[in-house]
Design a protein around this ligand. Structure first.
Ligand SMILES: NC(=O)c1ccc[n+]([C@@H]2O[C@H](COP(=O)([O-])OP(=O)(O)OC[C@H]3O[C@@H](n4cnc5c(N)ncnc54)[C@H](O)[C@@H]3O)[C@@H](O)[C@H]2O)c1
Length: 353
C-alpha cells in the first residue's frame, strides 16, 4: 500500500481526490489549514465509504496547519518518520484560488502559493520523496486568438497575480527538475473548469463568501440567493456570443490525479505539463440551459458587459492527457449539472449545519 500526502485535501478538488485515492487502496495523509474548507469533508468521505470492505478510517489521517509555516511542516514530517511512514508521492492542492482577490491581495497569494510550495519542496526533498503533482491552471495561458484549443505548448501569459503564481511555480518545478543532481518526477496539471460534485451529494464545492465562478453562481441563482445570473458578454465570436469554457466533472478530475500518480510512480524522472479538460467547449448559455433542463429549475439571467481579462474561448487540447493516462471518456455536462445541484440541495449552507 502506498502513502500519499495531499495538501489542501479537505478542499473541493482535494476531497474528491482523497476519496478516489482511498478507493484505490492508497493511504492518505492530508495537510490543510481549513482556511477555505471544513473538517467535515473528511468525515463525509468516510461516510460515503462506510460500507466498503476497506477500513478507510485507518487509511485517512489529517494534520491541521499552514504550509507556509515551516515549523508545522517539520513537525508533521517528524511525526510521520517516528511512525516509520514513508511518503511515496505528494499531491499539492493547497493554495488560494480567487482571481479577483489575488488582484487586491497579491502578497497573500504569492506568500501562500509560492512560499507554501517552496517549503513543501524543501521538506519532501529531505525525506527523499520526489514524486510531486501540482495543481496548476488554464489561467496561465494567453488568449487563444482564433478560438483554437490550447495545447501544452500554447503561449503562457497570465493576466492576474493568481495566474502569475501558478506560472511561476511551474517554472520553479522546471528549474528543479533540470538540476542534474536530483531525480524528480513532477506533473503540473493545468485544470480547465472543474464543476459538479460526488453523485452522493455528500461532498462538493464549499465556497466561503460570495462565489466568483460561474457554476456556484448558477447554483446560487437557482437557489434564489441572487435574483438573476449576470452573464458577462454576449458578443464574443462564439456560436451564441457567450464565452466558451471546458467544463470537467470533479470526479473525473479526481480520478485523473490517481492515474497521474500511477503513471509517475512507474515513470523515470520527468517534468510533465498536462491540460486537464474534456476538450469540449460549452458556452455559458448552453451550461445554463442544460442546468435548467436536467434539474427542472429556472435560472433567470441577463447579459452585461464583458469582464476585463476574460477570454472568449478557453478549451483544452487534451490529447496528451488522454494518451498518457489512457482515458477514453468523460462524464457529461448533464452529470455535472445534476450532481452539482444535488450537493447544493442536500447542503444549502455547504458544510455548515
Ligand atoms: N477549482 C478550480 O476551478 C481550479 C482551477 C484551476 C486550478 N485550481 C487549483 O487547484 C487547487 C485546489 O482548488 P480547489 O478548487 O479545491 O480549492 P479549495 O479552496 O476548495 O481547496 C484548497 C484547499 O487548500 C487549503 N489551503 C489554502 N491555503 C492553505 C495553506 N496555506 N496551508 C494549508 N492549507 C491551505 C484550503 O483550506 C482548502 O482546503 C488550488 O491550488 C487551485 O488554485 C482550482
Amino acid at each position: 500500500m502506498k502513502n500519499i500526502l495531499v495538501t489542501g485535501g479537505a478542499g473541493y478538488i482535494g476531497s474528491h481526490t482523497c476519496l478516489s485515492l482511498l478507493n484505490k487502496n492508497y493511504k492518505v495523509f492530508v495537510i490543510d489549514s481549513f482556511i477555505n474548507s471544513s473538517q467535515k469533508s473528511m468525515e463525509r468521505i468516510l461516510e460515503i465509504n462506510k460500507n466498503s470492505a476497506i477500513n478507510h478510517n485507518k487509511n485517512l489521517s489529517v494534520f491541521e496547519g499552514d504550509i507556509t509555516d515551516m515549523k508545522f511542516l517539520k513537525k508533521v514530517f517528524l511525526e510521520l518518520e517516528n511512525q516509520q511512514i514513508k511518503i511515496d508521492g505528494v499531491i499539492h492542492f493547497a493554495g488560494l484560488k480567487a482571481v479577483s482577490e489575488s488582484v487586491y491581495n497579491p502578497l497573500i497569494y504569492w506568500n501562500t502559493n509560492l512560499i507554501g510550495t517552496l517549503n513543501l519542496l524543501e521538506i519532501v526533498k529531505k525525506i527523499n520523496c520526489k514524486t510531486f503533482v501540482f495543481s496548476s491552471s488554464a489561467t496561465i495561458y494567453a488568449d487563444a486568438k482564433d478560438n483554437s484549443r490550447l495545447t501544452e505548448s500554447s503561449k503562457i501569459n497570465p493576466v492576474n497575480p493568481y495566474g502569475n503564481t501558478k506560472a511561476s511555480i511551474e517554472r520553479l518545478l522546471r528549474d528543479v527538475s533540470q538540476s542534474s543532481k536530483e531525480k524528480w518526477k513532477f506533473a503540473s496539471l493545468r485544470y480547465f473548469n472543474p464543476i459538479g460534485a460526488h453523485p452522493s451529494g455528500l461532498i462538493g464545492e464549499n465556497p466561503i463568501g460570495i462565489p466568483n465562478n460561474l457554476f456556484p453562481l448558477i447554483i446560487n441563482t437557482a437557489y434564489g440567493i441572487q435574483k438573476e445570473l449576470k452573464i458577462f458578454g454576449n458578443n464574443y465570436p462564439t456560436k451564441d456570443g457567450t464565452a466558451v469554457r471546458d467544463f470537467i466533472h470533479v470526479m473525473d478530475l479526481a480520478d485523473i490525479h490517481v492515474k497521474v500518480l500511477e503513471f509517475m510512480i512507474n515513470s523515470s524522472p520527468i517534468n510533465l505539463n498536462l491540460n486537464i479538460g474534456t476538450g469540449l467547449g460549452t458556452s455559458v448559455l448552453d451550461l445554463v440551459k442544460t442546468f435548467e433542463r436536467v434539474n427542472n429549475i429556472k435560472v433567470p439571467f441577463s447579459f452585461t458587459d464583458r469582464r476585463i481579462g476574460d477570454n472568449g474561448y478557453v478549451v483544452a487540447d487534451n490529447s496528451l492527457c488522454k494518451s498518457k493516462l489512457k482515458i477514453k471518456s468523460f462524464r457529461s455536462i448533464e452529470d455535472m449539472c445534476r450532481d452539482g445541484w444535488k450537493w447544493r440541495k442536500l447542503n444549502p449552507n455547504g458544510y455548515l449545519e
